[in-house]
Design a protein around this ligand. Structure first.
Ligand SMILES: O=C(O)[C@@H](CO)OP(=O)(O)O
Ligand SMILES: [Mg+2]
Length: 399
């Protein structure tokens, strides 16, 4: 029923104005799925390879499309993804590009859901998926690789941990974003927005902590539930010759661990992503040992949604959560494997967008399908609200 008839690939724009791969998958029974690859700026060294878009499309047309059309069933996601891997023939999708692979993988899932007449989250999660909805972590102030002349820390994330519903959480994050805009205006601090729609003021990290703390407290008092905040420190981007360089601050590994542990205590942080370099398993483990009972220590560039890297982390208790980005590894099946391994080992999963995004809302469905406790997908901007509004719709429909 879901045999793939046609796979079409094209270049479309992402939110940074760069070209990205979009895939359409049509089945013989008339099912249709469309998906587009996102793109990172602070990419991890161990991520699957994103090829230049025209190259990725040409290579996928040559190697992958003929193996899929008329031969593979969109409803058999493993078969679709195994076929993509076989067509590519490398570990890191450097032949057809992880951008082509992930777009086809996600489009096939949507085409299968279409044939079944089920929403994507239900097709992916099945009848026995949990009934929970993820708490959205919303980027409200940021810099690093996502904005120039802004904070050294890449993302300050609003975390509405006490929200009674997805909708309340999504609206609270937008309110925190708005509150920060007002506070910046009062201070006379001009602020552009970074790639993910977060404010990108030219202030120090210390000032940003005060600003975000004030905003989450104000909004929390207003909405009547607890809102904490967290960070993506994207430390691999700042790690040079064994030291962490954040603006004027330079720290050794031990100093960075002390600094982060101090921030967790001082601001009661709900979440800290990539506080250390992408190869620093032992240092991660030391930090997790110190503050892992108070907060989530999450590996993004550390794990790159890769089961082997996650296994290495589990072995040394490097963290207690993992970021899940399907394009980091190339297929939905690989992302599911990472989620399953993480969950079995008590790691919290955080399904995530990339800084370069499209209107594609697959990650909202993936988070619900896998019962992920968190989703990181920005706060404002059309490519971010595409996911947030989809979450609201899913919650509406599923209840
Ligand atoms: O580091 C991150 O977690 C992501 C998304 O916020 O950024 P990028 O897509 O640039 O890697
Ligand atoms: Mg990150």
């Amino acid at each position: 029923m879901t045999r793939i008839e046609t796979v079409r690939l094209r270049a479309v724009l992402d939110s940074r104005g760069n070209k990205t791969v979009e895939a359409d998958v049509l089945t013989e029974s008339g099912g249709f799925g469309r998906a587009a690859a996102p793109s990172g700026a602070s990419t991890g060294e161990y991520e699957a390879i994103e090829l230049p878009v025209n190259e990725a499309i040409a290579a996928a047309r040559e190697h992958a499309v003929p193996r899929l059309e008329g031969r593979v069933y969109a409803g058999d996601q493993r078969e679709v993804d195994d076929t993509l891997r076989a067509a590519d023939g490398t570990e890191d999708f450097s032949e057809i590009g992880a951008n082509s692979a992930v777009a086809i993988s996600m489009a096939a899932a949507k085409a299968a859901a279409d044939v079944l007449g089920a929403p994507l989250y239900q097709h992916l999660g099945g009848a026995f998926r949990g009934g929970n909805f993820p708490i959205p972590l919303g980027n409200v102030v940021g810099g690093g690789e996502h904005a120039q002349e802004a904070t050294a820390i890449q993302e300050f994330l609003s975390a509405p941990v006490g929200a009674p519903s997805v909708k309340d959480a999504v609206f609270a994050n937008a309110q925190v974003h708005g509150e920060i805009g007002s506070l910046l205006e009062e201070r006379g601090t001009p602020a552009a927005k970074g790639d993910e729609g977060a404010w990108a003021p030219s202030i120090s990290d210390a000032e940003a902590f005060e600003l975000v703390e004030e905003a989450v407290e104000t909004v929390s008092d207003d909405v009547g539930f607890e809102i904490k905040f967290g960070l993506d420190m994207a430390a691999a981007e700042t790690f040079e010759d064994g030291e962490y360089v954040y603006g004027d601050e330079v720290r050794s590994t031990e100093e960075q661990i002390d600094y982060v542990a101090g921030l967790v205590d001082e601001y009661d942080l709900a979440y800290v992503e990539d506080p250390l370099d992408e190869d620093a398993y032992e240092a991660f483990a030391e930090l997790t040992e110190r503050v892992g009972s108070q907060t989530l220590i999450c590996g993004d560039d550390l794990f790159v949604t890769n089961v082997e890297r996650l296994e290495a982390g589990i072995d040394v208790d490097a963290a207690n959560s993992i970021l899940i980005k399907p394009n980091q590894i190339g297929t939905l099946s690989d992302a599911f494997d990472a989620i399953e391994l993480a969950t079995r080992n008590g790691y919290e999963t955080v399904v995530s967008h990339r800084s370069g995004e499209t209107e594609d809302a697959t990650i909202a469905h993936l988070a619900v399908a896998t019962d992920a406790p968190f989703i990181k997908t920005g706060t404002v901007g059309g490519e971010r609200t595409a996911k947030l509004n989809e979450l609201i719709r899913i919650a509406d429909e599923a209840l």
